[in-house]
Design a protein around this ligand. Structure first.
Ligand code: HXC
Length: 289
């Protein structure tokens, strides 16, 4: 059966693409995760973002909700992803107030530069706990809701409907690329991100048969992010940001949002257990901060 033009053109990046969908996001105050959620809200989704800082989380939720008339965005502060009970209550509140959880973005991360010998055991453990335990915790508490979402989608014939567009039961972990090559001053982070990737792959294997997809977005150097501000290293005199990278520039948060929309859309129905690297080819030439 040849590909139909109507099938091909009608499902991707259109207004209302995620109408009726709910995304739960950790690290939702961050530059990257808030851009991901913002794009989903523009395209019709409602959202629940959780963060450690209460005021920042509430302010961000308000800002995101203002992006589309009728959008509902809940912000829940004082949530540390290392505490599974807090996350569990947040997911429960999200499902109760927004009607379920269709998509999960596991984006909370901790990072700083430190030579390994000066890294305390507690500092190493802190980043492992935020990144790895945090990813495990939020996956564990969201899986029952994601399964419900898949069930609902399947009972509707698995096709986009005007009131509940697009697929359900999808996870994106926000990872990185530094563990592909190793990176000085980042022992704690490379260990944590490698484990986050492993969790994503395993969720894809374990829950694929139940309809959940699990993928990774690995951002490279993205302009205007806390990660680049704090960890990106110094530019040489007269150097344009990113000029030594294959695409000759740093990336933008829109480019991470685009990858997110793709992975949550019908266009990525057969994609799971994969990493979408959005880095302008940077990891092929990366050397360190
Ligand atoms: C060495 C440090 C340190 C530093 C903290 N520690 N900062 N060690 N160098 N710069 C040590 C502390 O001394 C302590 O160990 C242990 O880490 C725990 O510190 P706390 O401050 O108690 O932990 P906590 O309050 O939980 O803070 C977590 C954090 C912090 C990771 C340390 O930076 C944080 O909350 N970050 C969240 C935001 C964030 O990092 N976002 C960036 C993500 S960007 P001792 O032994 O003293 O008890 C990203 C992508 C990067 O991930 C891409 C780059 C290109």
């Amino acid at each position: 059966m040849p590909l139909k033009k109507s099938e091909f053109l009608s499902h991707v990046w259109q207004d209302g693409l995620f109408k009726g969908k709910v995304v739960f996001c950790t690290g939702g105050n961050g530059t990257i995760c808030s851009a991901q959620v913002r794009a989903l809200v523009y395209l019709g989704a409602n959202a629940c973002i959780v963060g450690r800082n209460e005021q920042k989380t509430l302010d961000m939720a308000k800002d995101l909700a203002a992006q589309r008339q009728g959008a509902k965005v809940i912000g829940i502060g004082n949530i540390d992803v290392r505490d599974i009970d807090l996350l569990s209550k947040a997911a429960e509140r999200c499902a109760k107030e927004l009607g379920g959880i269709d998509f999960l973005i596991a984006g909370a991360a901790g990072n700083f530069l430190a030579p390994m010998a000066q890294l305390s055991a507690n500092a190493f453990k802190t980043v492992m706990d935020i990144d790895v335990l945090g990813s495990y915790n939020v996956t564990k508490v969201c899986i029952p809701y994601l399964l419900e979402s898949v069930k609902k989608y399947n009972s509707q014939g698995g096709l986009p409907k005007s009131d509940t567009a697009g697929p359900s039961g999808r996870i994106i972990y926000v990872s990185a690329t530094m563990h592909y090559t190793g990176m000085a001053l980042q022992t704690h982070v490379v260990a944590a991100k490698a484990a986050v990737d492993a969790i994503s792959h395993n969720v894809a294997l374990e829950y694929g048969p139940l309809g959940i997809t699990s993928n990774i977005i690995a951002p490279g150097p993205i302009a205007g992010t806390e990660g680049m501000d704090r960890l990106g290293g110094k530019l040489r005199a007269n150097e344009r940001p990113g000029q030594r990278l294959p695409l000759g520039r740093w990336g933008s948060i829109k480019e991470i949002a685009d990858a997110t929309v793709w992975l949550f859309s019908d266009a990525a129905n057969y994609v799971t257990g994969q990493t979408t690297i959005v880095d302008g080819g940077a990891w092929h030439v990366q050397t360190g901060p």
